[in-house]
Design a protein around this ligand. Structure first.
Ligand SMILES: [Zn+2]
Length: 234
């Protein structure tokens, strides 16, 4: 059984398949790649080699959708990487939301979220890690939950938004360590699991002046702004 996902990767990552097959280091562009687990190891593969993974046509959970990619003009990060268009279109749909939710909630944002996890979800997550798949019942239960969370804290969109914001802000800070605003925004994100519209605006302004071709969205944090407005100030 194999666990496959599309996920953010560290800057400087390269396609493992190209190394094994051609002894060649193909860098991963745009910060994300397909990752599959086998024998307790994670393999990172780029968009071309992804097609060599068995069942690559199956939809796979995409954990990178919390930020928007903007059309780029000759950006350094952009790069060709043929066939990109189809893949981009594919990743716009939210299929495999149940799996994406489990990865985000239990693997990536565990330390961000200080609400106790729902026991039945922990059970599904543990089972999923062992078998690499969800039963029809488990999927239906997760999807029902995700539907009910829409627009709220702990929605799929919220978790994906926090994860993408964390990734891109950290990415920016590692490139521009002298920036004085973003470390504070990151701290805020970690304590509130949200950013205010103003913070999103400033972060995106910084991104605009950098090679980062992604922009944070406000929508994942809308629940937080609503909550803030309805809480009377002390
Ligand atoms: Zn490759």
């Amino acid at each position: 059984m194999r666990l496959i996902r599309k996920d953010f990767v560290k800057d400087g990552s390269f396609c493992q398949r190209c190394v094994d097959k051609y002894n060649k280091r193909t860098p991963i562009r745009k910060g994300s790649a397909w990752i599959y687990e086998q024998g307790g190891r994670e393999y990172i593969v780029g968009p071309t080699c992804r097609k060599e993974i068995p069942n690559w046509r199956d939809s796979i959970p995409d954990l990178t959708k919390g930020a928007l990619e903007i059309a780029q003009e000759g950006s350094a990060l952009g790069g060709g990487g043929g066939g990109g268009n189809t893949l981009d279109r594919e990743s716009e749909e939210h299929s495999r939301g149940a799996e994406a939710y489990l990865y985000l909630r239990f693997r990536h944002l565990e330390e961000f979220i200080n609400a106790p996890a729902l026991e039945w979800q922990v059970e599904i997550w543990e089972q999923f890690q062992k078998t690499g798949e969800l039963t029809v019942f488990e999927r239906a239960r997760m999807e029902g939950f995700i539907r009910k969370q829409k627009g709220k804290e702990f929605s799929l969109s919220h978790l994906a938004g926090v994860y993408a914001a964390k990734y891109w802000i950290e990415e920016y800070i590692s490139r521009r360590p002298k920036n004085s605003f973003l470390p504070g925004a990151l701290q805020f994100l970690k304590s509130q699991t949200a950013l205010s519209p103003k913070q999103v605006g400033v972060v995106n302004k910084c991104f605009e002046r950098s090679p980062i071709t992604f922009r944070l969205k406000n929508e994942p944090f809308a629940w937080w702004n609503k909550k803030k407005r309805s809480t009377p100030s002390p």
